[in-house]
Design a protein around this ligand. Structure first.
Ligand code: NAP
Length: 276
């Protein structure tokens, strides 16, 4: 495993996405991921699977302190009292007394951003979250969070894969000393049939998914959280630390982003995305 570091955090570069893994099947997939060696688990209040994550973590026998555990506040839990109450509920469901990272899942213009960030900061001071961060923030919102509200954020979790360059928001995130966590890093499978990626995979004796994940984590300050319900996929997505892409591979994949495919719809009322 390699790690992305910022602000004193050491984040496993490949995490395990858990949406929409739930119930017995979901628990099996999450427990298996932990046994395979995943040490960065991404969940959210809205996924309805925090208790499955908690149970899988206990069943795996992996020590809590060895896992970088992430959850996200629902959009309707962004007022200060709801930040506190819902985080306590998340902690109970996850059967832990702290989170490694607490994120705003989606911006909510109906709630003052400063109120949410201050409440999250107080949770951090209280030891309930080691780090705080955001998801789906455009450059304008990131700038407001950091420059107006002086928030000390670890990451911006955004959709990022070879069909969506995200150069501008990625670079802005890094300029603020934050890391980028790439969600939907395989574009939910869309990128895997691309002939350019297929050719690079064949050249390295790897799969298209492995090439895509490698392209992401070879970038400065970028981690990725692929979801894999199938055991073979989950195992494969961890086997990416024994090869590197050549500069011409990287350039060829960079060129694919001109297509600009988004697999995640914007929540109603959230600010426009930055142009990729
Ligand atoms: P994704 O990880 O890009 O794609 C998941 C799909 O790829 C599944 O169908 C999976 O199949 C398949 N797959 C995984 N590994 C593969 C491999 N090696 N070969 C072939 N196919 C493979 O998309 P995602 O699930 O939307 O995103 C990942 C995680 O990001 C989510 O689980 C969630 O934790 C997070 N997320 C966050 C936000 C946000 O707003 N912050 C939004 C969306 C997602 P199988 O499951 O059949 O193995």
């Amino acid at each position: 495993m390699s790690y992305v570091t910022a602000k004193g955090a050491r984040v496993p570069a490949i995490g395990f996405g858990t949406w929409p893994l739930r119930g017995w099947r979901g628990r099996c997939a999450i427990e298996r991921a932990l046994r395979l060696g995943y040490r960065h688990i991404d969940t959210a209040q809205i996924y309805g699977n925090e208790s499955d994550v908690g149970r899988a973590l206990r069943a795996s026998g992996v020590h809590r302190s060895d896992v970088f555990l992430v959850t996200k506040l629902r959009r309707d839990n962004l007022h200060a009292d709801a930040v506190w109450r819902s985080t306590e509920e998340s902690l109970r469901r996850l059967a832990t007394d702290y989170l490694d990272l607490l994120l705003v899942h989606w911006p909510n213009p109906a709630v003052p951003l400063g109120e949410t960030l201050e409440a999250m900061d107080r949770l951090r001071e209280a030891g309930r979250a080691r780090f705080i961060g955001v998801c789906n923030f455009n450059i304008g919102l990131l700038t407001e969070a950091v420059q107006t509200h002086h928030a000390d954020l670890l990451c911006n979790q955004i959709e990022y894969h070879p069909f969506l360059s995200q150069n501008r928001v990625r670079d802005a995130t890094r300029r603020f000393g934050m890391i980028v966590v790439a969600y939907a890093p395989l574009a939910r499978g869309h990128v895997l049939r691309d002939p350019t990626i297929g050719a690079i995979a064949a050249k390295h004796g790897k799969t298209p998914a492995q090439v895509v994940l490698r392209w992401l984590i070879e970038q400065d300050g970028v981690a990725a959280i692929p979801k894999a319900g199938l055991a073979a996929h989950a195992a494969q997505n961890l086997e990416i630390f024994d090869f590197t892409l050549d500069p011409d591979d990287r350039a060829a994949i960079d060129r694919l982003s001109q297509v600009e495919v988004r697999v995640q719809e914007r929540e109603p009322g959230t600010p426009e995305w930055d142009p990729a």
